[in-house]
Design a protein around this ligand. Sequence first.
Ligand SMILES: [Ca+2]
Length: 255
Amino acid sequence: MKKLLTLVLTLLLVSLFTVYACAETENVAIGASYEVLGILTDGEGKTHYPDETGDSLTNNVFAQSASYSDIEFVGLNITSEGTSANNGVSEIALDLGEVYPIVNAAVSCSNLNSAGISLPGMVTVVYSVDGENWSEPVSAEYEVEQPADGEVVKAVADLYAEARYITFRLSHNTNWIFVDEVQAFSGDISKPEKPEESKNENTDGEQSAQTPEASEPLGNAPDTAQTSTDWIYITGVAVSIAALIAAIIYRTKKK
Ligand SMILES: [Ca+2]
């Protein structure tokens, strides 16, 4: 009987931990593939501040300082061919590999004005489940209101939506933006911390990038949001029931 109780308690603890773990957020962008618009190749074919390893932006490693010499940074330049052709907006397009419930997405940038590197004037995020139908742009906010020169700062956009493809659009304050990581946190998308309901009309991407004071609404959480939460609890209950059944079978076999 003692062994049976120990087994039941262990399984229940495991199931409760599973439920708890499901409620946490997880950066599902680690190791994800991405494409960058804005890396500068000059007339002699030299690439400046490139993505040396091809995984700098999703390797879950952050720069040690705001310095442009840190290898973690990828430099995005407003005069690059891609950004020039994109109305002066650089982009990082993430492919998470599969659809996740995304709570928020973040991009980490150097603020080193003394070296001519500025934070993006505005960061907006668009996302998609299928890569064809895209959301309205969502504005990201900097975690630090007035970042000091020499700080590395994250801009975070609350999405609360399902997405596989997430594109960060970075407008330039000066020629250079330096990025060391992008993140996308999956989790419970049913309870936005900032339930903004207001809807701004005429919200195309270009206008958004050119009007830093404009605030893009999150809109309503999609219908699938509640389903996601329900599944977390249903899974928890199901695992608990499975634990009890396992305990009963175990006890029966003992007899
Ligand atoms: Ca990195």
